[in-house]
Each structure stands twice: as C-alpha cells, then as structure tokens.
Design a binder for this molecule. Structure first.
Ligand SMILES: Nc1nc2c(ncn2[C@@H]2O[C@H](COP(=O)(O)OP(=O)(O)O)[C@@H](O)[C@H]2O)c(=O)[nH]1
Ligand SMILES: [Mg+2]
Length: 194
C-alpha cells in the first residue's frame, strides 16, 4: 500500500504481480518422437481443436492453461496454471533436451500406437527426462488410438505400463483427434504437481 501511494505505477505492478503469483504455476513438457501428436494433444487440450495437417512446431512453443483441480470436497477446489512446453521434433533435439526440460515438474511422454519405433523409444524419453528432473512425474500417452481396433488397445496399454518406475503415474491410450483421454492425462499430471 505504501508503494502504491508513493508511486502509483510501480504500486500497480506490485499488486498485479501479487494477483498473478497467487495462482500456482508449473511447467510441464510434452516429450516424444516426431509426428506422434504432441502439438495436437496440446491443441486439443488448450484450444479444443484438431487438425489433420502437420502442425509444424518452430523452436519451442509455450501454451498456458488454467486447470481446475477437481476434489471430492468442493471447498478444496484449487487452480493451477500449467505452462505447457512443446518443442519441434528433430535430431537437433537430443542436444538441447536438458535445457528444454529444466525446471519441469512433469512430462507427458507421447508415442504413436501405429508406429512401433515410437513406442520403443518411450523408455529412452523417460530416462532423458528424469536425468534432468529426478523428482518429476510422468504420464504416458499412447496416442492416435482412433486408428486402431479397440480390442488391441488394452493389450498395448498393458505392454507400456512401466510399473517398476514409480515416477510413471499411469499409461493412457489417447486420441487428439476424438479427444479420448486428453483432459484425463493433463488432469492426472496436474494433480500430482500440487
Ligand atoms: N488419427 C489421428 N491423427 C493424429 C492424432 N494426433 C495427431 N495426429 C496427426 O499426426 C500428425 C502429427 O501430429 P503433430 O501433433 O504435429 O505431432 P508432433 O510432431 O508430435 O507435434 C498430424 O498430421 C496430426 O494431424 C490422433 O490422435 N489421431
Ligand atoms: Mg509438434
């Protein structure tokens, strides 16, 4: 208040900063091979949209979304601001990964259920991410589930559980196209961050 009286402009900034900072803010990263649907999952979650075109990601893009943390007790309702980091998929990635991951409290590791090599690289992505953030939580998204017969999905999901790694919260089959389990993966990860 004293700051506000002495200098209205910096006082206003002070108050604004207080308001913004009162929302908890956490960084999460989308991780996975090129073309698995990282950008599409973010777009579905943040903008509620999907496009069949490749959404070229240039450099790093950070999206923000306020998540309501649903609780059985309505009085415990909390808000969390997610800062969702998306990075272009390319071979340059390996070199800059540690910088990109720095400060992240969680990751969604994405693979494409129709591309075996992207499923195989999940464990590499887990290791690379945890090497930078040993305390972080991970959710696995086996994406493009709309392209596969439902009867195979549960089998695939069980093959990529990573039960022996206690940083991996859960594995979901998702579709950025239909929206299946998209809110669920972000909700689950968000809950583990507070
Ligand atoms: N059928 C289907 N296509 C998807 C899905 N998610 C992404 N795609 C498509 O896969 C391609 C690559 O997606 P993109 O989000 O750019 O992948 P990124 O490189 O991991 O960011 C695009 O053509 C998307 O439209 C999905 O859940 N189902
Ligand atoms: Mg992308």
């Amino acid at each position: 208040m004293i700051t506000l009286l002495r200098n209205p402009v910096s006082g206003l900034f002070y108050i604004l900063e207080k308001i913004i900072m009162s929302t908890i803010s956490k960084k999460i990263c989308l991780v996975g091979d090129f073309g698995v649907g990282k950008t599409s999952l973010i777009r579905r979650f943040v903008d509620r949209q999907f496009s069949d075109k490749y959404l070229s990601t240039v450099g790093v893009k950070i999206s923000r979304k306020i998540v309501d943390l649903i609780d059985v007790n309505p009085e415990n309702k909390k808000e969390l601001q997610l800062l969702i980091w998306d990075i272009e998929g390319s071979n340059k990635f390996k070199a800059i990964a540690p910088t990109y991951f720095q400060g992240a409290k969680g990751a969604i590791i994405v693979a494409d259920v129709t591309q075996q090599d992207t499923l195989t690289s999940i464990s590499d992505h887990i290791q690379t991410f945890l090497a930078v953030n040993p305390q972080a939580s991970i959710v696995i998204a086996l994406n493009k589930s709309d392209l596969i017969e439902t009867e195979y999905l549960e089998k695939i999901r069980q093959m990529y559980q990573f039960d022996n790694n206690n940083h991996v919260l859960s594995t979901y089959v998702t579709s950025a196209k239909t929206g299946t389990n998209v809110d669920e993966i972000f909700q689950l990860l968000s809950h583990s961050l507070v």
